[in-house]
Design a protein around this ligand. Structure first.
Ligand code: ADE
Length: 418
């Protein structure tokens, strides 16, 4: 078996951590039991470009239990958990190509290594796999039934490919399922981003001015959790509706130029480029902390930061100090890469349970409908989304009400009013 990981000897620690994650993923485990009985993905090759974490390991095991051949590479150079990669190879027999801290060239070599397997289904987080296929590996297209995409940024890229008429196979936008973005993006990113900042800095959030750039589902989650820790949260936005929502949620809203003078900590989660740039770094307070929790490391303009700095020192793991010309210091966390996965462990298993249940059932859907889907970006079918919500509630031992026949009838009629 071919693979490329840091050290196979790390597998023991990885195996125990995967076991712990699995304990907190009841929905995915139910799917795994079902897949194990059916073995319906025999001879299907699934190539995955995902963050190599304990939760991803449980997903890989689930797909393998259906008989699929699974291949995994990293979806970010800094998010790989090397012990998990080792255990996936040693204990689960799954080829992994990922090493934490790999450079850009190695990152793409790893993507190409999994693509060499000629996948039938692709599973992406950020669309680097699908874009590599469209740019350089088009000979693979005839083998591919379809792909899935995990994240907001990836779905935006793939919709743009679709809109330009160049998408060459069907994609299921897992991110757009309610049981994904309403929970993973909000509660997962919320908790794990604050966790990453705390692990990287050990600062007190209480009383700090905490600037959240972007009030999408991820920004909402981070703002909510930072407020819960006692921070004064400031939101920056470009979308009037979201800005208004932030105001009515009780946050202070202002442009980034103004916020840059006030903030002690800055987090970007916008999905766009150069959100914090030269003019903002220059007006920050001494010792401001900046980080990113959006998918790509483009939200902080690091070229600008380097240009205006005269010195750089590593202070702690995942923390670099940049000294500007007039002596002011800025602390950059996790090289501007997703701080929740670089400095912490990503979203907790309990929320990834729903995201990865969507992934597993979407792969199943692609297989069942192979040859019948168009070259489009599809939503996760509603019945899959609802089933996952039901199973999650059941796993939490929470019961809900049912409509009475009279209530059902009322909701389907127009006659009764005032
Ligand atoms: N994305 C965010 N958190 C994650 C996790 N724990 N595993 C895989 N992908 C993630």
């Amino acid at each position: 078996m071919k693979y490329q990981i840091k050290d196979l000897a790390l597998s023991k620690k990885g195996k125990l951590r995967i076991e712990w994650a699995s304990n907190n993923m009841p929905v995915l485990n139910l799917i795994k039991e079902d897949f194990k009985k059916k073995k319906h993905l025999k001879n299907v090759k699934i190539t995955c470009c995902l963050h190599v974490t304990t939760e991803t390991a449980v997903l890989m095991d689930t797909l393998k239990s259906a008989g699929a051949s699974v291949f995994l590479c990293a979806s970010n150079p800094l998010s790989t958990q090397d012990d998990v990669a080792a255990s996936l190879v040693k204990d689960f027999g799954i080829p992994v190509f990922a090493i934490k801290g790999e450079d850009g060239k190695t990152y793409y070599n790893h993507i190409n290594a999994v693509l060499d397997e000629k996948p039938n289904i692709t599973m992406d987080d950020g669309a680097d796999l699908v874009s590599s296929i469209h740019k350089e590996r088009r000979t693979l297209i005839p083998y591919i039934f379809g792909g899935t995409e995990e994240t907001t940024t990836g779905v935006i890229r793939l919709r743009s490919l679709e809109n330009s008429g160049k998408l060459l196979f069907p994609i299921i936008a897992v991110n757009d399922a309610d049981t994904k973005h309403l929970f993973d993006n909000r509660y997962g990113t919320g908790q794990s981003t604050v966790d990453g900042i705390m692990r990287a800095t050990n600062i007190l959030l209480s009383g700090a001015n905490f600037v959240v750039c972007g009030y999408g589902w991820c920004g909402r989650g981070v703002a909510m959790r930072a407020r819960g820790m006692g921070a004064n949260v400031i939101i920056t936005e470009i979308n009037p509706l979201r800005a208004l929502e932030a105001v009515m949620d009780g946050y202070t809203v202002m442009p980034i130029q103004e916020a840059s003078r006030k903030g002690d900590i800055f987090v970007t989660l916008t999905g766009d480029i150069s959100v914090i740039r030269k003019e903002h770094f220059l007006s920050m307070k001494d010792s401001a902390i900046v980080c990113n929790s959006g998918h790509f490391n483009v939200e902080l303009d690091l070229d600008d930061l380097v240009k205006i700095s005269i010195k750089k020192r590593k202070i702690r793991e995942f923390m670099d100090e940049y000294t500007l010309k007039l002596g002011k210091r800025i602390y950059l966390l996790g090289e501007g890469r997703l701080i929740n996965l670089a400095a912490a462990e990503g979203h907790p298993a309990s929320v990834m349970d729903m995201s990865f249940a969507n992934q597993a059932l979407s792969a199943d859907f692609i297989f069942k409908n192979r040859g019948k889907l168009n070259k489009k970006v599809y939503k996760v079918p509603k019945d899959i989304d609802s089933r996952i919500a039901e199973l999650k509630l059941r796993s939490m031992n929470i019961k809900i009400d049912k409509l009475t026949p009279k209530q059902k009838q009322y909701l389907s009629s127009w006659e009764s009013g005032t």
